[in-house]
Design a protein around this ligand. Sequence first.
Ligand code: ISL
Ligand code: CA
Length: 588
Amino acid sequence: MTEFPQNGSLKVWWKESTVYQVYPSSFRDSNGDGIGDIQGVISKLDYIKTLGADIVWLNPIFSSPQVDVGYDISDYYGIHPPYGTVADVDELAAGLHARGMKLVLDLVVNHTSDQHPWFQESRSSLTNSYRDWYIWKKPVYKDGQQQPPNNWKSYFGGSAWTYDEGTGEYYLHLFAREQPDLNWETPQVRTAVHEIMRYWLARGADGFRMDVINFISKDQRFPDAPITNSGSRWQSGKQFYACGPRLHEYLRDIGKILKEYDAFSVGEMPDVDDSVEVLRAVGHDREEPSMVFQFEIVGIDHGAEGKFAPRRWEMQELKRIVSKWQTYMIDNHGWNAIYLENHDQGRSVSRFASDRPEHLQLSAKMLATFLGCQCGTLFIYQGQELGMPNVPRDWPMDNYRDIETLNHWKEMTSLHPDDASLHRTTQGEYRLKSRDNSRTPMPWDESPNAGFSVAQPWIPVHGDHLATINAAAQVKDPSSAFWYWAKVLRLRKQYPEVFIYGSFALVSPEHEDVFAYTRTPLSPSGREGALIVLNFRPYEVSWSVPPKLLLSNPGEIVLSNYPSRAGSQLNETTSISLGPLEALVWLW
Ligand code: ISL
Ligand code: CA
């Protein structure tokens, strides 16, 4: 290893920041139309500040027909009217800046809405000057039958190509047909994106989360994908567009603009599990996005036939994946984005711990410790700080709103109309992994609609556990998940050499129930290290403190989700019994 980070030059503000993600439509409705809005966010800035977050990332707020809740943008300079106006965004930025916080917007530029004027122009004729702004291809013919240009599948079901009668060609859409992919090979497209970025940065945004940013460069041969799912006509073409040939050229152009503004940046990078590949973007000298969301952890319970196929994950896999990203980025001067939840994921207590009512708070705190003590910029998704679980067992299909879930259900039930058992298991998988699990309204208090809105919300409120899973109750209760998260964020700020910049090592890697790791400062610091011990099981387990660690300074337990443990010592005994879902942090 080289001298990192002794020289201090690799210490930057965005490594020490915590991001709080707001899903605007489900956060807080200020005007009683059942849809969250920007004024609603403004009214809760003190809440986010109290938690200790430094940055607010908003999912897309721009003009959009809302086929995919804003990931289908029809005007990058306008705001979706139910959310508010550009003046509201200015007010939000000012409100954040006044609190010493920052605003991050969602830049969705792999695709636009099919209602964007660029696409309307593009589809209008073969010779329109916008034709090459999107990816158009002639049909192919097999056995006299017209076919799409290749066999790529869309993430939201079916072929990734849609035939457009008007001009007799297909256009590519890796997501919904209403989300045509932009053609980044066209220089004007890149310039248009750069203009959007400059506009919002100049207006007060402090950076971007960049949607599927590793998909923007496609292999221009557009070959058929190998058959990985024999049950389907459509196959994943990821090897031809995830981290494509010109990706880093495009990212460096973006990076220049980000650098000019000292902006925050996180790229979303699905479908790459190769840390060497990811380092090409996030290496400290790359000047591309500062960090990316990788999907290896949140994909751990996806089955071989896709996200909604069942899969049980093993502790050893989780350890391998976490350890891989932690050590690789620390050793190679890259940087991780640390998350378990966002608007596309099921709730972490339900997927990674236990969401039985008696375990909810313990689970939330255990996972807060797991995440919050890792190396990387921490992302917290609205409601995660309260320990919100997935939708209840009796959540009917009618309650789902998400295009991915609905398309999947439609496709599955039309292929297997009478397979009741498959329908049941699939619904079970939705209750684990449907994107709607995280999109239910934020519970602010126990009043009707959980204090989210005076009107009926656009998606039903999660009605269970409302007495404890609401912001007002938790802010009042010093022993809540909310205040536990606040402590985690404070620990990071208090001991950055340990928790932000320290190295990472697994402890007792072979243990099947306990995830334990150390963080050790790389440069001189008041503290020599921390040991994080997490019982992922909802029952008691025993664990032995490795003798090597017992030789160190006595230290103290600075954080635990079991009040009896706080302040006690670990060095008096080698074997300890950990309570269900117990977490502890020993600092020495
Ligand atoms: O959640 C997923 C479907 O299983 C992911 O594959 C997801 O589609 C992928 O991570 C890309 O997500 C992003 O782009 C999508 C949008 O629907 C998601 O909300 C967004 O986070 C298209 O813009
Ligand atoms: Ca509203």
